[in-house]
Write a protein that binds this ligand. Structure first.
Ligand code: FAD
Length: 373
């Protein structure tokens, strides 16, 4: 059996970035992904600029690939109070259809082997991993877990949150809209949830929302929920009334968990949402996925190059740097989600002109990092 230097499980942004980064050093890398590229994904598709320099370093220039530049942010409450500000770092709008595919093509060119198959089990014995897919075992020195928010694999790894039911669901669609500004990302609150609007590389507007199952279940169907609840926010009603859907049916996912997770499980280095999912209102999950892949890749490179740097040191360092970089952001994300979904506190915050500016600045600075070189 061939033993790979690195096996990556999951080819979303975290897995693709790690594979791309490590492929620069000529390692034998195989990436397992369930779905083929390109494909749409449930995501707000606003990418924080903090990852721009690092992506450029990896040979990925999103603006040159058609991403739109986003400079302005606005937020509204379900009662129609609105506040706006310039984004301190700014960001970009690009669909996951285009973004993931761009990384996939680059990683393939750089020699990463892709196997489109679902990993069902990972075991670790005698300092080596055995990764199983469709009954076939693959050996590896290092395994990166980048399989997203939740997968059957979590159960096989006996991760606590995988046994619980989770009460969030998300819906996404692309729309043609004549007047939505190119440089804006907007966040609009409604009963039990919130939705984001921003443009993508092909000129369509992404409308993606997160809602509690509790709020959704009374209606059961997306169309009805949009009419009865989402459209109670006047800005979302204005948008939806004039928007022309591009997808025949919106995409949706359920059982989204924001529970605390571990960045290391059974010697597997977890990256992106597999290590921890920040609340989408922060608009920073993609940047965190990419950043965590960078942190893991640096340490893995060090481990594979230096015989004196052992696995327990690698694991200790990854846990430490992951916690130092993301733990506070996740904490603020949880608090902000609570604040945004509390009708009274968000109304007061946004209505008071001075407080709203402070609130917006707070949301952005506490949940984002500095540009990553
Ligand atoms: C409603 C919503 C809106 C969001 N909006 C934004 C936003 O505007 N900006 C932002 O920055 N972030 C946003 N996020 C967060 C962002 O989408 C995620 O943080 C990001 O996609 C994480 O990337 P990832 O690579 O960790 O996971 P993913 O992109 O989910 O990739 C995981 C991959 O693993 C594969 N996989 C799963 N199981 C297996 C298996 N067993 N074997 C092989 N492959 C497997 C899956 O097919 C998938 O392709 C949002 C999230 C939600 C829920």
């Amino acid at each position: 059996m061939k033993v790979y230097d690195v096996i990556v499980i999951g080819g979303g942004l975290a897995g693709l970035t790690a594979a791309l980064d490590l492929s620069r050093y000529g390692y034998n890398i195989v990436l397992f992904e369930t779905n083929s590229y390109p494909r749409h994904k449930v995501c707000g598709e606003y990418i924080s600029n903090e990852v721009r320099p690092y992506l450029k370093n990896l040979g990925i220039d999103l603006l040159a690939a058609g991403a739109v530049e986003i400079t302005d942010f606005e937020i509204s409450t379900r009662n129609g109070y609105k506040a706006a500000t310039k984004l301190p770092f700014g960001g970009m709008g690009m669909s996951r259809y285009a973004f993931d595919n761009l990384l996939y093509e680059k990683a393939s060119q750089q020699g990463v082997k892709f196997i489109f198959s679902k990993v069902s089990e990972v075991t670790y014995k005698h300092d080596q991993f055995l990764v199983t897919t469709e009954g076939m075992p693959y050996g590896a020195k290092v395994v990166i877990g980048a399989y997203g928010k939740r997968a059957a694999l979590d159960k096989s790894l006996q991760r606590g949150f995988s046994y619980e039911k989770h009460s969030w669901l998300a819906v996404k669609g692309h729309f043609r809209h004549a007047t939505f500004p190119q440089n804006l990302v907007a966040l609009h609150n409604f009963e039990g949830g919130y939705g984001g609007l921003s443009k993508t590389e092909d000129g369509t507007v992404n409308f993606c929302y997160l809602t509690s199952y509790e709020s959704f279940k009374k209606y059961g169907a997306i169309k009805e929920f949009n009419q009865k609840i989402v459209s109670k926010n006047k800005y979302l009603k204005l948008f939806l009334d004039k928007a022309d859907p591009v997808f025949e049916n919106p995409l949706s996912i359920a059982q989204i968990s924001f529970q605390k997770k571990e960045p290391l499980v059974n010697h597997i280095l977890m990256c992106g949402d597999t290590a921890g999912l920040i609340h989408p209102l922060c608009g920073n999950g993609m940047a965190m996925a990419i950043h965590s892949a960078k942190l893991a890749s640096e340490l893995i490179h060090h481990f594979l190059e230096n015989t004196t740097y052992n696995r327990s040191q690698l694991e200790k360092d990854y846990r430490q740097v992951w916690n130092r970089t993301f733990k506070r952001r996740l904490w603020y994300g949880r608090k902000l989600q609570h604040l945004l979904l509390n009708k009274k506190s968000i109304d007061v915050g946004i209505r008071t002109a001075g407080a709203s500016k402070r609130l917006l600045k707070f949301i952005i600075t506490k949940t984002h990092g500095k540009p990553i070189e």
